[in-house]
Design a protein around this ligand. Sequence first.
Ligand SMILES: [Cu+2]
Length: 96
Amino acid sequence: MFDWGCAGPTVRTPESSPRLVHHQGMNSSVELKVDGMTCQGCVRGVTKKLSGVAGVASATVDLATGKATVQYDGARARVEEMIAAVEQIGYHASRL
Ligand SMILES: [Cu+2]
């Protein structure tokens, strides 16, 4: 079982950025290494944060490997923004 009451990052940031449900040109994908995740709650938090970055179509995060796969619109989103978003909620991310 997962420990839902984990002692991971507790920083809460408002999900403010409006996001488009669908957008043409979702043509890029990138893999990020995310450090600091300890449970599925962390995975959900990181997934949600990445998904909230403007231009990101979808994000899949794997706890076991610490790997995040992000599909995004290369014209609207930058990998640096995704990394910054993840670090904003207390994890460390780097490009694979
Ligand atoms: Cu956690």
